[in-house]
Design a protein around this ligand. Sequence first.
Ligand SMILES: [Zn+2]
Length: 264
Amino acid sequence: MIDAHIHIFPPYRSVKAVRWLKRYIPGLKVEETVSEAQILKLLRDSGISHFFNYVYPLKQEESRPLNQYNYHLSKRVKNAVCFGSLHPDNEDRRDILEEALLGYGLLGIKFHPFVQGFSILDPRLDEIYASLEKMGRPLVIHTGFNRFYKAAIRMDEVETILKRHPDLVMVIAHMLYPDVRQAFQLLNRYPNVYLDGTNLFSDYQEGIEGENIFEGVRDTVNGNPKYRISCLAFRDELEKYSGRILLGSDYPVAMNDPERSMHT
Ligand SMILES: [Zn+2]
């Protein structure tokens, strides 16, 4: 069993990321100080054989150190499949990409455009997409949960990249949630697209007195009205395309306790 979406970050980033998420989901059991060893133990205890680890820089100076961090992690932890990243502000982004993929042997590139603060159609990224396409390495993009992030990535923007780079292997993380149907349309149209359903099967629930910032659907759970994230309505599509669907927990910044996600 592979957890295709983990965030083991250096502590300075991990503390802030967990603190930030717990502001919105106070009931999460994870601690701000959760360590690499604790995360690895949890994965092991959950029966995970391998996991993908994603890091991404908030500012350009972080790009190289974070890629180096993930490289060291890949050497230290044999079942970690580590990805690199960069920032469009990096003037030497081509060199950073080569260092990450060829020098460090990182598998592909992950972007979190909302948190990193750029558009996926930023022209500075075009050469990065072209290089990834040429090298046959995957690009993982965070999408979805627009209300929470107060930002948006639309299906047509993703499709623009796919049209410009027809051989680019792209992983659409969080499946454009809540526009999941559109993500399946892209999957259907482009054989090189993969979907990552992380957090969509977390069974996240919020009382209806809340703001529903995670865009759950109104549902009744044990007689109580809730906003609930559930994508089990897409069971047929999930089965049909199961060879191109990834699942992960997003731990330690997961929307629910990992046992809960895995059970769902
Ligand atoms: Zn994530």
